[in-house]
Design a protein around this ligand. Structure first.
Ligand SMILES: C[S@@+](CC[C@H](N)C(=O)[O-])C[C@H]1O[C@@H](n2cnc3c(N)ncnc32)[C@H](O)[C@@H]1O
Length: 220
């Protein structure tokens, strides 16, 4: 069952917020808050998108709209907030399958496995600590084919030097529950991924951990 603290992580994405998301989050917060320019996300997606792809937490859909999606892509979007699903679908040149769903709960058994899954800037929105958030990674590992790849990014909350804007965002977002990443450390993220995937790469850019995890261990 989805809890109120999980809902708080998806609550800010009103139609109004989504209309300014690209400017506020993708451009300003990334560059001046987290020191991770948007091109890093575009590169990550361009490199790892598979033909049958699941995007978890698309937000405004800026990344998908800027990666030149193959016309034959079989794309599914999962989000707890229908505004994010509809806003993203409206700006893509392909027609995705939309699923309103909490990533902390297993995907329905009748959904076929994916070649790739992305979860970008969602882990820092999920409530609790790595132990709670690990459930999402287990669910996504189970949604992948044996050769599948999971990729994404998250703002790290432990042992970080933030800019003034980054510190203000960390304080404000954690206070309202939009973020819950005060105990999200980098070794913990590496461990969670390595427990679930054969091959894991994690790279820090500014305060953001960019990760790629291949071959889910369930498939062995
Ligand atoms: C910060 S936005 C990230 C948007 C986009 N991926 C990006 O990188 O710009 C977080 C997204 O995750 C969704 N979300 C938050 N908690 C969720 C949950 N438990 N299950 C599914 N989606 C969730 C929010 O509704 C929102 O669309």
């Amino acid at each position: 069952m989805t809890t109120p603290s999980t809902r708080a992580g998806a609550a800010p994405y009103s139609k109004l917020f989504l209309s300014v998301y690209d400017l506020w989050v993708i451009r300003l917060s990334n560059d001046y808050g987290w020191r991770c320019n948007r091109r890093h996300f575009v590169d990550l997606y361009r490199e790892h998108l598979g033909r049958r792809h699941l995007e978890v937490g698309p937000g405004s859909g800026w990344i998908l709209a800027n990666v030149d999606l193959p016309t034959d892509i079989d794309l599914t979007l999962v989000d707890l907030n229908t505004n994010s699903l509809e806003h993203t679908a409206s700006r893509l040149g392909v027609t995705p399958t939309l699923i309103e769903h909490d990533v902390l709960l297993p995907l329905n058994d009748n959904v076929d496995q994916f070649d790739s899954v992305s979860i970008n800037y969602v882990l820092h929105c999920l409530p609790g600590n790595w132990s709670t958030k690990s459930v999402a990674l287990t669910n996504l590992a189970n949604a992948l084919t044996p050769e599948g790849v999971l990729f994404g990014s998250t703002v790290i909350g432990v042992d970080q030097k933030y800019t003034a804007l980054g510190s203000a965002l960390m304080f404000a977002y954690n206070r309202i529950g939009a973020f819950a990443n005060r105990s999200d450390d980098l070794p913990g993220l590496r461990r969670l991924l390595s427990d679930r995937f054969e091959q894991v790469e994690v790279t820090m850019v500014g305060n953001v951990a960019l990760f790629v995890a291949r071959r889910p261990l369930h498939a062995k």
